[in-house]
Design a binder for this molecule. Structure first.
Ligand code: 5GP
Length: 179
């Protein structure tokens, strides 16, 4: 399939809606952590827009790390396998860890990450925050501690989320209508 035409993408969540919700999540995180130091871990590439906008609202001392995983091969469907492309992290023992994801779909990536944390570190706390939650597609029991919006079982693009590498730069989140 060729790239999608931007004008065929229907807006699901406007820029304003996304930004307002991010402020709400940031308020909760500011209240949760108070002034405790946090290691924010952004899952590349999809979560990068969300992480940057969210972190700008956080007030505690904070360090930012990036990890890169992949579960989507090509097109609209997950491969069902999570690959650690780059998961080099500092020593997180005794630290407050905030994992920032774009979307939880089957939950396999989130489970992989939580297992990785538990196997490698004794963190002070590990909080999982995802902008989107596609609850209907879940294949694991994992739930995010915080999420922005629940979405239906549609393939969404924009605001970091891609289709074959494109559309991450859209300011809104949208989907391609099937009919
Ligand atoms: P999971 O492991 O929960 O099935 O999938 C997590 C990853 O799959 C997300 O981080 C994201 O990269 C990708 N993904 C899942 N659903 C969608 C979707 O609707 N659109 C896009 N662009 N990526 C998705």
């Amino acid at each position: 399939m060729n790239t999608l035409d931007v004008k065929d993408i229907k807006v699901l969540l406007s820029e304003e809606k996304i930004q307002n919700r991010i402020q709400e999540i940031a308020d909760k995180l500011n209240a949760l952590y108070q002034n405790e130091e946090v290691y924010a871990i952004c899952v590349l590439k999809g979560a990068v827009f969300f992480a940057i906008d969210l972190l700008k609202h956080l007030k505690m001392p904070l360090k930012m790390e990036f990890i890169r995983l992949s579960s989507y091969g090509t097109g609209f469907s997950t491969s069902g396998k999570v690959n650690a492309v780059d998961i080099s992290l500092p020593d997180l023992n005794g630290k407050n860890v905030l994992i920032i994801e774009d979307i939880i779909d089957t939950g396999l990536t989130a489970k992989f990450l939580m297992d990785f944390m538990h196997c490698n570190f004794r963190t002070k706390s590990t909080i999982f925050c995802s902008l989107l939650d596609k609850k209907v597609s879940r294949k694991t029991e994992i739930e995010p501690d915080y999420y922005g919006f629940e979405v239906d079982d549609k393939f969404v693009v924009g605001y970091g989320l891609d289709y074959e590498g494109y559309y991450r730069n859209l300011r809104f989140i949208g989907y391609v209508p099937t009919k």
